[in-house]
Design a binder for this molecule. Structure first.
Ligand code: NDP
Length: 448
């Protein structure tokens, strides 16, 4: 069967078998469309059913998470862990706590994670998990009880050589601490390598907190450098004000850019003189409040209700770092009309398929999430290495390794794109580069 027909049939089967999961369909479509030229060159992948197998998770776990709030009321949330692919290493991927979480969202994230983890060059498979729990407005004690309840089921499915979760939206150092504490209590073992993103006093790695944001900017800088450009003196708009957004802003500023806008799920702030990042950190990391507070500290800045219009601000570089599908065709067209040079995806799948097409067709330098935001998971793998070695590397050592990994991912993706006749198309380059390593491992390991 020819490659195009094969991919079409597999995709039809994915839609039939996974109804009502539009985000998962979208993530699969983007990857499968890129694979046709690889399958034409490597028909053995078709014969071994690699594509049919790679779109089907190895295991999907769904569980009840009951917990009691501060007023004694009982709540029941749903927990998920999708163990997608373990061909090149133990499952690895974050946990997301957000009311929008459902099986389809976790599957899209887990599927993306397979290729992202492969691109890092490190031995980690793909997985993802989370819950429809909403951490907003919950007390510390409620967060702790929820995390403990979540772990009383999750613990039986994870382990340093089995599956190693980390953070994602709604799961930061505080939640990882509570999750790790409960894992340790249940198992009676100090297995630091079972979770990453841990605090520095109990097995965490320096630079893990900064890694996704820094890595994104290292990747985009490399992409700009290849065209004789850089972050220096560029106007940058960043959506989100969470872990990824804050450290992307920090590194972009260190490289001489001016970040003029950031957002949260309620709205965005525009500060034409440049966002003061210390204020954002205070509001978001310490006080856990809304970004609208920013204008109380800086009355010259503007706050706008609604987060989507952030893309109407004229900028040279756009870094979407909030959530999936936050840039649609309309936002992409506005960015292009306003002269955007580069778009770097910090969030997972922040651009719709149509928006991605618009960027590529208009020669915008486009850094896709799987490649550009892989710095977080790469540094998680470095945290696992340090846990195994029972050693801690310095900030500079980890940062240098992260930088090298991001440069290599860029080089690898752009070289493969060119080899397959898609020069400058890093979407295709990242998908193919990530796929080949996993596919070869699956081929070698037989039909399992
Ligand atoms: P955080 O929870 O730290 O921050 C998320 C930010 O995005 C917050 O500002 C949040 O606003 C905003 N946001 C979340 N959901 C929505 C929504 N539906 N609409 C608008 N804004 C929203 O998460 P992270 O920074 O860790 O993650 C951000 C993105 O980066 C996600 O796509 C994640 O999958 C991806 N990513 C994260 C990695 C990591 O290491 N943390 C690694 C690789 C990718 P509010 O405060 O109002 O909720």
């Amino acid at each position: 069967m020819n490659a195009k027909e094969h991919v079409k049939q597999v995709f039809e089967q994915v839609i039939k078998r996974n109804p009502n999961e539009p985000e998962f369909h979208q993530a699969v479509k983007e990857v499968l469309d890129s694979l046709v030229p690889v399958l034409e060159r490597r028909p053995e992948y078709i014969e071994a059913g690699i594509v049919e197998r790679i779109v089907e998770p190895e295991r999907q776990i769904i569980f009840r998470v009951p917990w009691v709030d501060d007023n004694g009321k009982v709540h029941v949330n749903r927990g998920f862990r999708v163990q997608f692919n373990s061909a090149i290493g133990p499952y690895k991927g974050g946990l997301r706590f957000h009311p929008s979480v459902n099986l389809g969202i976790i599957k899209f994230l887990g599927f993306e994670q397979i290729f992202k983890n492969s691109l890092t060059g490190l031995p980690i498979g793909g997985g993802k998990g989370g819950s429809d729990f909403d951490p907003k407005g919950k007390s510390d004690a409620e967060i702790m009880r929820f995390c403990q309840s979540f772990m009383t089921e999750l613990y039986r499915h994870i382990g340093p050589d089995i599956d190693v979760p980390a953070g994602d939206i709604g799961v930061g150092a505080r939640e990882i601490g509570y999750l790790y504490g409960m894992y340790k209590k249940i198992t009676g073992a100090y297995e630091a390598g079972v979770l990453t993103g841990k605090g520095l006093t109990y097995g965490g790695s320096l630079v893990r907190k900064e890694a996704t944001g820094y890595g994104l900017v290292y990747f985009v800088e490399e992409m700009l450098n290849a065209k004789g450009l850089s972050f220096k003196d560029k106007v940058v708009v960043i959506s989100g004000s969470g872990n990824v957004a804050i450290y992307a802003a920090e590194k972009a500023m260190q490289l001489g850019a001016k970040v003029v806008a950031m957002s949260d799920s309620n709205g965005y702030v525009y500060d034409k003189d440049g966002i003061k990042l210390d204020t954002i950190k205070q509001i978001k990391e310490v006080e856990r409040k809304r970004i609208s507070e920013y204008v109380k500290y800086h009355p010259n800045a503007e706050y706008h209700e609604g987060c989507k219009n952030i893309w109407n601000i004229k900028c040279d570089i756009a870094l979407p770092c909030a959530t999936q599908n936050e840039i649609d065709a309309e936002a992409a067209n506005t960015l292009v009309k306003n002269g955007v040079i580069a778009v770097g995806e910090g969030a997972n799948m922040p651009s719709t398929l149509e928006a991605t097409e618009i960027f590529l067709n208009n020669k915008v330098l486009f850094a896709p999430a799987k490649a550009a935001n892989a710095g977080g998971v790469a540094t998680s793998a470095l945290e696992m290495s340090q846990n195994s070695l029972r050693m801690s590397w310095t900030f500079e050592e980890v940062d240098q390794k992260l930088h090298n990994i991001m440069v290599n991912i860029y080089k690898n993706a752009s070289k493969i794109a060119e080899e397959y006749g898609y020069k400058d198309n890093l979407v295709v380059g990242a998908n193919i580069a990530g796929f080949i390593k996993v596919a070869d491992a699956m081929l070698a390991q037989g039909i399992v």
